[in-house]
Design a protein around this ligand. Structure first.
Ligand code: G3H
Ligand code: 13P
Ligand code: ZN
Length: 311
């Protein structure tokens, strides 16, 4: 199947009322765990790489690991830049073989966001193989790389802006802010998402794929294990699975998940060491962590995103 952009994936997801999982990757075990699950469930897949992941693992290493995963699984995989913040970063990922990029100008004034996003779209769409571009309107709270957006600085997407943004930039998909946030501490009290905003946006953009960031459920079992085995994450809380299922049945075609994978790895390794304090071979603790990723991602693909058997 090979590497591909997100055009067909999103079209099918929109029409089928399901969403594609976009999982952040940082190393070999994470790529193996996610792709093994997608293979088992016969699911289309987006593997996304943040600037921080690229700095940590190196562009070429990540690209070659993803190419290896395609050889092993024969799945359709889209390799996507997550939260690109400059034209140069997007260009470098496109030139280096990514099939999709996000340009995140959500912190800029509306006109500046349009200008930057359009610059990336013009470059991406002019490539021999069409590269898809995701833009963002509205601002999520939480932490990405070293940028910390406080709840006060976050803002919901204004549905009045979306048509002009999509028309003037030519983006292929749009990330919107409806109350999710990045990281493991998403809600203080009850989880609330503004489905009315999603509904209004999809009315203004019929048939257009919407993206939901900050969509980890912050699985309570992992948080419990982390707290039980020496960690400290009181109050960690994520997006309930039924809300994600509802979003996937609406115009949301891409659901971004990173924190749940981090929690799965950390909970598994903490537990492993508490039960095997004398072990020191990384393979011994990375293997159960990788196995846990397979379990987690399989559950997401089948029970949350509904994209199993859609590859
Ligand atoms: O939205 C951000 C993703 O969770 C990536 O996080 O920038 O720490 O790699 P990162
Ligand atoms: P989470 O922190 O909820 O996993 O969100 C990830 C994300 O939005 C990546 O862009
Ligand atoms: Zn994000």
């Amino acid at each position: 199947m090979g590497l591909l952009n997100s055009v067909e994936m999103f079209k099918k997801a929109y029409d089928g009322g399901y969403a594609i999982g976009a999982f952040n990757v940082n190393n070999m075990e994470i790529i193996q765990g996610i792709t093994e699950a997608a293979k088992a469930e016969n699911a289309p897949l987006i593997l996304q790489v943040s600037a921080g992941a690229r700095k940590y693992a190196n562009h070429t290493y990540l690209m070659k690991l993803i190419e290896a995963a395609i050889i092993e699984t024969d799945l359709p995989i889209c390799v996507h830049l997550d939260h690109g913040d400059t034209f140069e970063l997007c260009k470098s990922c496109i030139d280096g073989g990514f099939t999709s990029v996000m340009i995140d100008g959500s912190h800029l004034a509306f006109k500046d966001n349009i200008a930057l996003t359009k610059q990336v779209v013009d470059y991406a769409h002019a490539q021999k193989e069409y590269i898809t571009v995701e833009g963002e309107l509205g601002r999520l709270a939480g932490v990405e790389d070293d940028i910390n957006v406080s709840a006060e600085d976050s803002s919901y997407t204004d549905p009045n802006d979306v048509e002009e943004f999509v028309k003037s930039t030519g983006v292929d998909s749009l990330a919107i802010a409806i109350g999710t946030s990045h990281g493991a501490y998403k809600f203080k009290g009850e989880a609330k998402l503004r489905f009315d905003i999603l509904e209004e946006v999809s009315k203004r953009l019929p048939g257009f794929p919407i993206v939901l960031h900050g969509a980890s459920s912050v699985i309570p079992e992992y948080v419990d294990d982390i707290n039980k085995y020496g960690g400290e994450m009181p109050g960690a809380k994520g997006v309930p699975e039924e809300m994600l299922r509802k979003a996937a049945s609406m115009a949301v075609c891409k659901i971004n998940i990173d924190s749940d994978i981090r929690l799965a790895v950390t909970a598994t390794i903490r537990k492993y060491f508490s039960e095997n304090p004398s072990h020191f071979d990384p393979r011994q603790y990375l293997k159960p962590a990788r196995d846990e990723i397979v379990k987690l991602v399989s559950n997401k693909l089948v029970n949350v995103l509904g994209c199993n058997n859609k590859a």
